[in-house]
Design a protein around this ligand. Structure first.
Ligand code: XUL
Ligand code: CO
Length: 433
């Protein structure tokens, strides 16, 4: 037990009229929307790294946060776990996510790091016997330590490839042991800074081989969760190989892994790639690789990955609209890959950030469900493509250019442009959000 959150009572649903600072106004876990409880739709997860391991630094200054578990050693790691599970209980969080480096001290050797991880995983397992918080996903931190500065799977040094493989194996074992529902790979340093020292072709072959081994190991140990790749276009490296959903899909196809691996789409990464979050979700679902989301938002003025808690429900409504259209989450969920602002020092700030984020997401999902149930957008979308229902239109898809050209002339085809109705559709969306 810590007294870190002392005096902060469990946060519960009180409805939109509540004037309590810490209350859910929209997130009523038991509210049934489109036949499913909100908790089961949203599948919220707390991210261990931002909430418990991040010291509050930015490129100009270091630690601002003071946490009782900020020191080395196993005792501190256990205290951190105590604090984490206390927050999970306050929020009644259904899930959490972690990297190895968030939860265990780094050892002097690989074997010591692995033993440290196993010890903390045992400690988690003990807590999870009485907690209702489950593991959404585990992952390996293959980007913070200097050994990974030139990449993990894509490193020019085969010893780093080996170290990364051993690390991922230990993190998959940990995830499996804790009943994790997914395993994530974000290629933090899988990219490059300059072509002058980089062999692109070789590095992506290494990445493909590495991922194939991850999939093989999943089957070997009988892990039933989903393997997820998290795309990001740049930062920390200038060119990241997993740029966006489309790039990841091409990579999966190249290595025959498109039926084995899905994507974990992060809002902030989508924006950095020049896409909208909903575009990335819709594309992944159309390709059959939609898995999970990292929910956050970036600042509109600074062009980097600021990882703020979501606070704009019309924005998230469009993302959840695509998720609901895709049939909702299977093993995935809504992970708050979001951190406090570095001046938000107080324990209550951490609670409030999650409460606000959960409420924004719930409100967005409720609006998205109402839009879907109303059916207006889908009706208009179907109408826009209705011409394709005609047999001669369908026949074109198995035809050839010369036959189509002949039909254009014989039938006197003369396309008549029709309105895309964008403003009317935007007005329609605004009726729900
Ligand atoms: C980094 C990021 C990571 C991944 C997990 O931008 O999003 O936290 O989600 O490694
Ligand atoms: Co993320």
């Amino acid at each position: 037990m810590t007294d870190f959150f002392a005096g902060i009572a469990p946060v519960r649903y009180e409805g939109p009229d509540s004037d309590a600072e810490l209350a859910f106004r929209w997130y009523d876990p038991d509210r049934v929307v489109m036949g499913k409880r909100l908790e089961d739709h949203l599948r919220f997860a707390v991210a261990y790294w931002h909430s418990f391991a991040w010291p509050g630094g930015d490129p100009f200054g270091g630690q601002t946060f003071e946490r009782p578990w900020f020191s080395d050693g196993m005792e501190a790691a256990k205290l951190k776990a105590d604090g984490a599970f206390e927050l999970f209980e306050i929020l009644d969080a259904p899930f959490f996510c972690f990297h190895d480096a968030d939860v265990r001290p780094e050892g002097a050797t690989f074997a010591e790091s692995r033993r440290n991880l196993e010890e903390i995983v045992d400690y988690f397992a003990g807590k999870m016997e009485t907690s209702r918080t489950k593991l959404l996903w585990g992952t390996a931190n293959l980007f913070s330590h200097r050994r990974f500065m030139a990449g993990a799977a894509t490193n020019p040094d085969p010893d780093v490839f080996a170290y990364a493989a051993a690390t991922v194996k230990s993190c998959m074992d940990a995830t499996h042991r804790l009943g994790g529902q997914n395993y994530v790979l974000w290629g933090g340093r899988e990219g490059y800074e300059t072509l002058l020292n980089t062999d692109l072709g070789r590095e992506s072959e290494q990445a493909g081989r590495f991922l194939s081994m991850v999939v093989a190991y999943k089957h070997k140990i009988g892990f039933e969760g989903t393997i997820l790749i998290e795309p990001k276009p740049q930062e920390p490296t200038k060119h990241q190989y997993d740029y966006d959903v489309a790039t990841v899909y091409g990579f999966l196809r190249r290595f025959g892994l498109e039926n084995e691996v899905k994507v974990n789409i992060e809002q902030g990464h989508a924006i950095l790639a020049g896409h909208s979050f909903e575009h990335e979700i819709a594309l992944a679902s159309s390709l059959g690789i939609f898995g999970s989301i990292d929910m956050n938002r970036n600042d509109y003025q600074s062009g980097w990955d600021t990882d703020q808690f979501p606070n704009n429900h019309p924005e998230v409504a469009l993302a959840y609209y695509e998720i609901l259209r895709a049939g909702g989450f299977a093993t995935g969920g809504t992970n708050f890959d979001a951190k406090l602002r570095r001046q938000s020092l107080d324990p209550v700030d951490l609670v409030a950030a999650h409460v606000g984020g959960m409420d924004v997401c719930a409100r967005g999902l409720i609006a998205a469900a109402a839009m879907l149930e109303d059916g207006g957008l889908e009706r208009l979308r179907a109408e826009r493509y209705a011409g394709w229902d005609a047999p001669e239109a369908q026949a074109m898809l198995t035809s050839d250019l010369a036959s189509i050209a002949a039909r254009v002339e014989s039938d006197g085809i003369d396309p008549q442009p029709r309105s895309g109705r964008q403003e009317r559709l935007e007005n329609w969306v605004n009726r729900f959000v």
